[in-house]
Design a protein around this ligand. Structure first.
Ligand code: NAP
Ligand code: GDD
Length: 321
């Protein structure tokens, strides 16, 4: 039986990846940092099937301990301070968890068992103020936030461990991916939750920042399949994972309100306080390498994704009334 250790297991991607690996017959271990109140909502359906190991990616000892307990064949490093906005408020913590966290995990592997295969959760935010469109594996990076800068370090250290130590390390450059389990701060979930509340008469307005920003959005359930595929190849490599379509925040809002029969103009208020110090205006990925080499393609479209999230949020909000 194959064994996997996932950092960031309580997050959106960690939960979908756990389900995928369990379905493939893996024994799944998750690194879980201590929180003062429980945050196991995303993984409640798999809690009795996985083993949680206490630890933090900033604490190398806890990572070595986790590897000694799990003895994994594969490690998926998903842990990070992942909200771009907060990376300006907490730049040093973001740098530590998002970049030093990755090298800590790589060192833990190198020192215990360098044959373990390693996946690093890299990000399209690294393209930032984009040099070319669409963005592929060869597009130069131009990071535009403390988060994105930290991800560039984690990306290159992953490449360097492959080239220096001949370790099987992969970096997945994933474009935005969402789901009903997306954190409430991110724009898709903020919109779908607000649409559900407004439809049910519990909220009157939705305050947003830049409506013109464009993102290449996909479904998290599709994207975790690509993470697994990267670790099943004969040679390690880096891949862009994207839908190959881009949409503005305004289009997202229009589709979401339209789905419940409301006019977004009556509810959306632009709030200058929500504009970022530096913006990433346009992301559009070129997923051809993943399509050809991994035989990966997404199944859920942008519209299906938004509708799935609204349906889920309406259910959640109703169950709390
Ligand atoms: P998420 O929902 O924010 O989950 C982040 C996870 O990291 C949580 O489980 C969190 O634990 C954990 N974590 C944070 N700091 C930690 C620390 N110091 N030690 C151990 N665990 C820590 O993020 P996601 O959307 O699932 O994304 C997964 C990864 O992919 C992240 O690295 C993100 O930056 C990257 N990524 C995401 C996207 C996207 O569109 N979703 C795109 C590209 C890359 P708590 O629950 O305790 O907070
Ligand atoms: N969060 C948020 N809230 N974003 C808003 C809002 C708002 O009220 N109004 C407009 N936006 C715009 C942001 O300015 C940004 O251009 C876009 O919506 C998307 O913002 P987020 O959903 O917060 O995601 P992100 O693109 O900054 O980052 C996500 O994707 C990255 C991959 O490209 C995160 O998941 C990162 O961790 C990930 O690496």
């Amino acid at each position: 039986m194959k064994k996997a250790l996932i950092t960031g297991i309580t997050g959106q991607d960690g939960s979908y990846l756990s389900e995928l690996l369990l379905n493939k017959g893996y024994k799944v271990y998750g690194l879980k940092r201590r929180t003062s109140t429980p945050n196991l909502e995303n993984i409640k359906s798999v809690l009795d099937k996985i083993d949680l190991i206490p630890g933090d990616v900033l604490d190398l000892t806890s990572l070595i301990n986790a590897i000694n307990i799990a003895k994994p064949d594969e490690v998926y490093n998903l842990a990070a301070q992942s909200f771009v906005t907060d990376s300006w408020a907490q730049p040093i913590y973001t740098g530590q968890s998002t970049s030093i966290g990755a090298i800590n995990m790589l060192e833990a592997i190198r020192l215990t068992n360098p044959d373990i295969r390693f996946y690093q959760a890299s990000s399209s935010e690294m393209f930032g103020k984009v040099i070319e469109t669409p963005q592929s594996e060869t597009t130069p990076f131009y990071p535009r936030s403390p988060y994105a800068v930290a991800k560039v370090y984690a990306h290159w250290i992953t490449v360097n461990y492959r080239e220096s130590y001949d370790m099987y390390t992969c970096s997945g450059i994933l474009f935005n991916h969402e789901s009903p389990r997306r954190g409430i701060d991110f724009v898709t979930r903020k919109v779908t939750d607000a649409v559900a509340r407004i439809k049910l008469g519990l909220q009157k307005e939705l305050r947003l920042g830049n409506l013109d920003a464009k993102r290449d959005w996909g479904y998290a359930g599709d994207y975790v399949k690509a993470m697994w595929l990267m670790l099943q190849q004969t040679e390690p490599n880096d891949y862009v994972i994207a839908s190959g379509e881009t949409h503005s925040v305004k289009e997202l809002v229009e589709i979401a309100f339209d789905y419940v029969g409301l006019d977004w103009n009556k509810y959306v208020v632009q709030d200058p306080k929500l504009i970022r110090p530096a913006e990433v205006d346009l992301l559009l990925g070129d997923p051809q390498k993943a399509q050809k080499k991994l035989n990966w393609k997404p199944d859920v479209s942008f519209e299906q994704l938004i509708k799935m999230m609204i349906d889920s949020d309406i259910k959640k909000v109703k169950s709390n009334i």
